[in-house]
Each structure stands twice: as C-alpha cells, then as structure tokens.
Design a protein around this ligand. Structure first.
Ligand SMILES: C[S@@+](CC[C@H](N)C(=O)[O-])C[C@H]1O[C@@H](n2cnc3c(N)ncnc32)[C@H](O)[C@@H]1O
Length: 142
C-alpha cells in the first residue's frame, strides 16, 4: 500500500518485548522453549509436505521456519524485526539451508508474489488479514 492513510497501524513499532534488541533475540529460544522436535511434530500433524510453499508471518528466530525448510518446504520468513531476520540468516548459513527467503515486512505490509500452500503465524498474531489460498488451523501451539 504505497500511500497509507494516517490511521494505518504502524506495525514496525515494537509493542511489549523489544524484538529489535539483540539480547531479547539471543535469549528467545531458551526462554520460549523452542524445540525442533516439537516443530517437526507440528509440521507432520498439519500435513505440510516437501515442495510446498509456506509463509511464516512473525517468524521470530525461525524455529518453525527452519524446521519446515529442513522438511523440504520452500519457506518465506516474514518479520518486522531486522534483528530476528539476522538471527535466522545466521542459523540458515550455519545449517546450510537455502530454501528460506527472508522478508523484512509484516502482517499488514507483506506482499507475497506467487502462491502459497500455507500461511503460518505462531505467537505473533496481533492484527492481520490473510490474502490468497491458505489453510488455517488452530493448534495447541496457538
Ligand atoms: C513471540 S515472537 C514469535 C516468534 C515465532 N513465530 C515463534 O513461534 O517462536 C513474535 C514475533 O512477531 C514479530 N512481529 C510482531 N508484530 C509483527 C507484525 N505486525 N508483522 C510481522 N511480525 C511481527 C516480532 O518481531 C517477533 O519476532
């Protein structure tokens, strides 16, 4: 949306925890209890298949996005925090994962090119609307 009205919500502002803060990001996975095995289980429960395209809105440190990529999905990891995106980039480089595309954008501003099989958002939903073909499930993880 090139010309946003005055009332348009500023999704770039950090509300609550400051996810631009390096310490918050470094501590996040331990504090949150991010668990690759649980991520894999959720991927299987949802029925995400290798080769499918998945958008993770508010991807954070990328625990789920990276698990999905390791499972064979093409992942678009979207977050308003540059610090979070740098964290994922380092993880992907470290694990030699090339199927995660990073987008510095948000629920309201991300403009996906092409189709997607899945739109996932975990612990990040604040405001939003979903456009396009998607499968929405409510899971134990939220
Ligand atoms: C609590 S973390 C959740 C991270 C990850 N989804 C997980 O499952 O661990 C919330 C994330 O949402 C991001 N976020 C907050 N508002 C957002 C918005 N409007 N659009 C995209 N990401 C947003 C934050 O920067 C942060 O990385």
């Amino acid at each position: 949306m090139p010309n946003k009205p005055d009332w348009f919500y500023n999704e770039w502002q950090q509300v609550g925890l400051d996810f631009e803060d390096q310490q918050q990001v470094s501590d996040y996975d331990t504090r949150q209890g991010s668990d690759p095995d649980a991520d894999q289980k959720l991927i299987e429960q949802l029925g995400i298949r290798p080769g499918q395209t998945l958008i993770d809105l508010g991807c954070g440190t990328g625990s789920f996005a990276i698990a999905a990529a390791r499972h064979g999905a093409q992942v678009h990891a979207v977050d308003v925090s540059k610090t979070m995106l740098k964290h994922i980039e380092r993880q992907c480089n470290h694990q030699n994962i090339q199927s995660v595309s990073l987008h510095h954008s948000g629920f309201l501003t991300y403009d996906h090119k092409g189709q997607a099989d899945w739109i996932i958002s975990r612990y990040a939903y604040a405001e939003g609307y979903f456009i396009g073909r998607s499968k929405c499930y409510e899971t134990d993880a939220g």
